[in-house]
Design a protein around this ligand. Structure first.
Ligand SMILES: [Zn+2]
Length: 298
């Protein structure tokens, strides 16, 4: 998902989905029959669909490549064929509309809040048109329920992968994440930014989901690190250092909160080519480092 999300599919997402004109205009064109659009001429500045790369990654990752309508399993991304690249067919729907005359509008939300993953739901084109066009039948509470059920499917699948993770997978993941550059200078581990601890409170539900699920294997990670340190005393420190370097690079690149977490998560799960179990093992190692090691620091 990372690869597809960023280099090819992600760019297409931005072209297809981020275009401020496409859905908004087509929807308002369709809405000429709605009495609201005829009578209300809003003076408020028009808010735009602006999604960060990370927001796209988060919502695409949680979608499991399926429309979020509970009775629909149409794909969000049509896979590449021998003749064509992959294609984003799904559309990003806003639970609360971006603008006052849109479907399910709610006053008092900023453009940034409205474009957060929590307000976005990925649907196939047909269901997007239906939920927006017949929004009285599809209120926000219903879409929130769909989104939550849909993401629970993702969580359940991840939970199954995590339960299959054993010491060998954790070892492979940990080895690939440790830094080769570690120099055991005293105090270097204290460079973990204090924000890493705050993150527990500052993260949104998607990040917390990964942390809480990965933490289920924290004890196993600890055992693996202990064994590895008997062969290579620096191993846990180098792993920690690898994490710190990635964290700092992401922070310097301007990432915060969920986006920062998603950036580190991409790295920890080994990229799009990684197997499900390798990804799950990476999540376990990351959760251990985020939650447990910070505590150890004290
Ligand atoms: Zn659908």
């Amino acid at each position: 998902m990372e690869h597809g999300g960023k280099s090819s599919a992600g760019q297409k997402c931005e072209e297809v989905l981020q275009s401020p004109s496409q859905h908004d205009n087509s929807l308002s064109d369709l809405k000429v029959l709605s009495p609201m659009t005829k009578t209300v001429k809003s003076t408020a500045p028009k808010l735009k669909r602006v999604y960060t790369d990370k927001t796209l990654k988060i919502i695409f990752a949680l979608s499991r490549n399926e429309c979020a309508h509970p009775d629909c399993s149409k794909p969000i991304i049509s896979p590449a064929t021998a003749y064509s690249g992959d294609l984003v067919v799904g559309q990003i729907a806003h639970i609360y509309a971006l603008n006052g005359n849109g479907p399910r509008s709610k006053v008092g939300l900023t453009q940034s809040q409205l474009n957060q993953p929590s307000n976005l739901i990925l649907l196939c084109p047909t269901d997007h048109v239906i939920v927006d066009g017949q929004h009285e039948t599809y209120p926000a509470s219903m879409l929130i329920e769909w989104k939550s059920r849909h993401e629970m499917k993702f969580a359940n699948a991840l939970s199954r992968s995590i339960s299959d993770v054993g010491a060998p997978e954790l070892e492979v993941a940990a080895k690939s994440l440790m830094s080769s550059k570690f120099s055991p200078a005293p105090g270097s581990l204290l460079t973990v930014p204090p924000q890493a601890k705050i993150v527990k409170n500052g993260l949104g539900s998607s990040s917390e989901l990964f942390l809480s699920m990965g933490a289920a294997k924290s004890h196993e990670v600890e055992v693996v690190l202990l064994k590895a340190s008997q062969l290579d005393a620096d191993f846990p420190d180098r792993l920690r250092e690898g994490f710190v370097l990635k964290y700092q690079t992401a922070r310097q690149a301007g990432y915060v909160g969920d986006e920062l977490f998603a950036e580190v998560l991409d790295w920890a799960t080994g990229g799009s080519q990684a197997t499900e179990i390798r990804k799950a093992a990476g999540i376990c190692v990351l959760a251990h480092l985020f939650i447990i090691c910070d505590v150890f620091e004290k």
